[in-house]
Design a protein. Structure first.
Ligand SMILES: NC(=O)c1ccc[n+]([C@@H]2O[C@H](COP(=O)([O-])OP(=O)(O)OC[C@H]3O[C@@H](n4cnc5c(N)ncnc54)[C@H](OP(=O)(O)O)[C@@H]3O)[C@@H](O)[C@H]2O)c1
Length: 326
């Protein structure tokens, strides 16, 4: 990969996730001048330019000019429209050798559900394509991102995906594209599950007599403290510690925690969680159908380096284990 200082990164879409990732890239010592954003909403443009010092344009073609990496950060249904600009921007970056052909920018999509085959159909031939599924704690550099590249994707695309993974926090390489739907259900949507749990705990404590603000403070700080402990488990690596061990450490036999956990178990907690995750993963897969881009790839898409029609191939095993920050 060319030196990080020479990358030119274009974001299509300047909403919540773009803001989180750009903040992370700046922490990774990417200069604001290396980043441009295409964003239709004036309010969002002003906020991004003011807070992060990057150039933001209402014209995607301007944002894409000279880009080496394009981050697709729009809702799945806006992807076709946003990607149109790739055809008109002349965004191919100059390559190292004199006289060598310009390289097309790497396209990295964070849009839930949209497949490599669909992205290939909606972008110019030869575009290297990577998918990433970050989550909202990326805002604080505390995110976890699932990354997937099809086989035969150039190494520079993998390196750029890892740059985005580092910007968001920590990242893990996935073996198949299908795993991205599960990652979307688990960590992509996951922060909301923990917030819901904390909200409901606070509400239940209020019903037991605590003032609302005290209950919310206790629930939020408990979620934070448990999160820090869980983070230590993840950092320790496989075999060194586990979430189950942490749970057992606060569950004395016949005690208060055991009484609550028994109620959850008897109430079908496991089955409910399993159903919730299945619903989220199914919805992620379904999102691809509302984009206007056919889900199955045509044979002519093969030149994009994408998975062949209807298939999702495995990436050579390259999963970053716990404790390995990209
Ligand atoms: N939020 C999360 O926690 C999360 C986590 C993982 C992945 N993602 C994925 O990240 C993507 C963005 O999510 P988000 O939460 O950041 O959404 P968001 O806040 O709505 O940001 C998307 C932005 O893109 C703009 N946009 C719409 N059409 C565009 C176009 N043609 N060209 C350029 N910009 C355009 C939107 O403007 P308008 O508002 O005017 O349409 C909006 O400002 C989604 O695909 C989502 O699946 C989100």
């Amino acid at each position: 990969m060319q030196a990080q200082g020479t990358e030119r990164i274009a974001f299509l879409g300047g909403g919540h996730m773009a803001r989180a990732l750009i903040g992370g890239l700046l922490r990774e010592r990417i200069a604001p001048a290396q980043i441009r954003v295409g964003e239709p909403r004036a309010e969002a443009r002003e906020a991004l330019a003011g807070e992060l010092g990057v150039e933001v344009s209402p014209d995607n073609r301007h944002a894409l000019a000279g880009a080496t990496l394009v981050v697709l950060a729009v809702k799945p249904q806006d992807a076709t429209c946003a990607l149109q600009a790739l055809y008109a921007s002349g965004s191919a970056a100059p390559s190292a050798g004199a006289g060598a052909a310009a390289q097309p920018p790497v396209l990295l999509s964070i849009a839930a559900g949209l497949t490599i085959a669909q992205l290939a159909r909606a972008s110019p031939p030869g575009t290297p394509i990577v998918r990433a599924m970050p989550n909202r704690p990326a805002l604080l550099g505390a995110g976890i991102t699932g990354l997937y590249v099809p086989p035969q994707t150039p190494p520079r695309a993998r390196a750029l995906a890892e740059l985005i993974g580092r910007a968001a926090g920590r990242a893990v390489w996935l073996r198949t594209e299908d795993e991205l739907d599960v990652v979307t259900a688990l960590s992509g949507s996951g922060p909301a599950y923990f917030f819901l749990l904390a909200e409901r705990l606070a509400r239940a404590a209020q019903a037991l007599g605590l003032p609302a603000d005290t209950a919310e403070l206790l629930a939020a700080e408990t979620l934070y403290g448990a999160g820090v402990l869980a983070h230590q488990v993840a950092a320790a690596g496989p075999g060194a510690a586990s979430l189950a061990q942490e749970r057992r450490a606060v569950t004395s036999r016949g005690g208060t925690t055991a009484a609550a956990l028994q109620v959850l178990e008897e109430g079908g907690f496991d089955a409910l969680i399993a159903r919730a995750l299945q619903a989220a993963a199914a919805r992620a897969a379904q999102l691809a159908t509302g984009t206007g881009i056919p889900a199955a790839a045509a044979p002519e898409d093969a030149g994009h380096g994408s998975a062949p029609s209807g298939t999702r191939e495995a990436t050579p095993a390259s999963v970053y284990g716990p404790g390995h920050r990209l």
